[in-house]
Ligand binder design. Structure first.
Ligand SMILES: [Zn+2]
Length: 489
């Protein structure tokens, strides 16, 4: 492990050499919007990565705010897995992707704040790396900007900064934002508002600067749980829109091409209940994305209702569970209690079949003395993140070969002949809903805000092209995507 860390640090130092930092060809930033008052710069390569980091510059003062500071590991998407699954992080860290450090270094002393919408890794994971690398570069004194995020995200970030490899990095001041409470950061006035997503403490922001009003809409969906007031979030957005003309709407569009609106978590909860009932007195192995505390909470509650023991298997999810318990988001249970009973529901890491994860090792029958067998049920409560197909399929096939029943969502397609004995043990059912809004919801958002122009973020080029087509169809203006495809001058 130490050997690996030294390699990571060496990579970091290489990156910081003046040659790299001053080499314009290395820069990945692109100006995607510019008028006489503001400039918006995408600090990540657009089109190949789905990590997020964007700068809004007030050209009247040269002051800057940074929106998100994410990174991306191979074969992971909108997940906090890398924050929690140390094994995976160590295996893959050498390929960590960073926003454009040269741009950040050149503008560092004008940055009035890093604003982080939520704690998914592609929105915040690069933060310690960015602050660490900036200080290694020898270009005069640096004044560290402060970070702004929800209390939940702050706990995550503090944990992230405490990692062994970041021990020499000074953590910036992290401020907790609150619903509707405006922050003054240089010439920027920023008002956060909470949005439903698959992790608690997700916020979006109204940005006022240089006489313009922008909305930075982070990952969201309209419907989280089945609320009594189904339109609560919609009403909140309408109130925001009523009070101001929105010049620019920056928004995610990851679910473009998926019709309708993203469903409620309640639909998943109903199915999970049925599965647990059908497997009474049997072992159930449950996996979902680490950060989905809403779903983990529900499974714990269902287990408590049914008298089933809820057991943590492996260590990769321990941190998220500890944070969830500390913040009273999930019920208390003893993380070390491993009752010897067939009536256990195990929470297992590795919903994407990541190599080295507990689920992958169970599927490969390599989890020490712990073996999956006939009568066991496995619930994969997560869709496949593109790029992970082979890992997931291999794991599922392994689990089926060992005799388990596997419940999973329909987007994981495994072709088994009907006379294959494994066929009847592979059950496609609604055990997952997305944390991102689908096409009708994206349209609804646009029609509430009626912005003068739309800027897509968080996606690959095909998302942007598809989204641009739709936005024009809905009668709104989107920035030219050629800005994404050409380098800034
Ligand atoms: Zn997210």
């Amino acid at each position: 492990m130490r050997k690996f860390i030294s390699k990571a640090v060496r990579t970091c130092l290489d990156f910081l050499s003046p040659t790299t930092l001053t080499d314009a060809k290395e820069a990945q930033s692109k100006t995607i919007y510019k008028d006489e008052l503001i400039e918006i710069v995408q600090l990540f390569t657009v089109g190949g990565l789905s990590a997020n980091c964007m700068a809004v510059k007030d050209l009247t003062t040269s002051e800057v705010t940074i929106w998100e500071c994410g990174s991306k590991l191979p074969n992971s998407e909108d997940i906090s897995l890398c924050l929690f699954n140390k094994e995976v992080l160590q295996l893959e860290k050498k390929t960590i992707h960073m926003p454009d450090m040269k741009w950040l270094a050149d503008n560092w002393n004008n940055i009035c704040g890093f604003f982080i919408s939520h704690s998914h890794s592609d929105h915040c994971m690069a933060l310690p790396e960015v602050f660490g690398r900036i200080h290694l570069e020898k270009k005069g004194p640096r004044i560290d900007p402060e970070v702004f995020c929800s209390e939940f995200t702050k706990v995550f970030l503090e944990h992230h900064f405490e990692r062994e490899e970041y021990e020499n990095i000074k953590m910036p001041k992290i401020n907790v934002i609150e619903e509707g409470k405006t922050i003054c950061a240089g010439s920027f006035k920023i008002t956060p508002f909470e949005v439903p997503h698959s992790i608690p403490g997700t916020f979006s922001f109204i940005i006022e600067t240089a006489g313009k009003t922008l909305v930075f809409m982070s990952d969201f969906k309209f419907r989280l749980h089945k609320l009594n007031d189904k339109t609560a979030f919609e009403e909140k957005l309408k109130k925001i829109a009523e009070k101001r003309q929105i010049d620019i709407l920056i928004m995610e569009c990851l679910n473009i091409g998926r019709p309708g609106m993203t469903d409620y978590e309640a639909k998943v909860f109903e199915n999970l209940k049925k599965i647990l009932q059908q497997n009474e007195n049997k072992r159930v192995f449950f996996t979902c994305i680490a950060s989905n505390l809403f779903r983990i909470k529900k499974v714990i509650e269902l287990c408590n209702e049914m008298g089933k023991n809820f057991v943590l298997l492996g260590q990769s999810l321990r941190t998220i569970i500890e944070i969830g318990q500390k913040m009273k988001l999930i019920p208390d249970f003893d993380l070390d209690d491993q009752p010897q009973s067939r009536n256990n529901c195990y929470l297992v890491g590795g919903s994407q079949g990541e190599i080295g994860s507990a689920m992958q090792r169970l599927g490969a029958n390599e989890y020490g003395k712990f073996k999956i067998g006939k009568g066991d049920a496995v619930v994969i409560s997560q869709s496949i993140i593109p790029g992970n197909e082979d890992h997931v399929k291999k794991t599922v096939m392994g689990l089926l070969d060992l005799g388990a029943i596997v419940y999973m969502p329909e987007n994981i397609v495994i072709n088994l002949a009907e006379d294959d004995p494994r066929h009847e043990r592979l059950i496609y059912t609604d055990v997952h809903v997305s944390g991102h809004e689908c096409e009708d919801g994206l349209k609804k958002l646009v029609s509430i805000f009626t912005p003068s122009v739309i800027i897509p973020y968080h996606g690959l080029m095909w998302h942007y092209h598809k989204f641009a087509e739709k936005v024009r169809e809905w009668g709104y203006r989107i920035i030219s995507l050629t800005h994404y495809e050409k380098r800034a001058a």
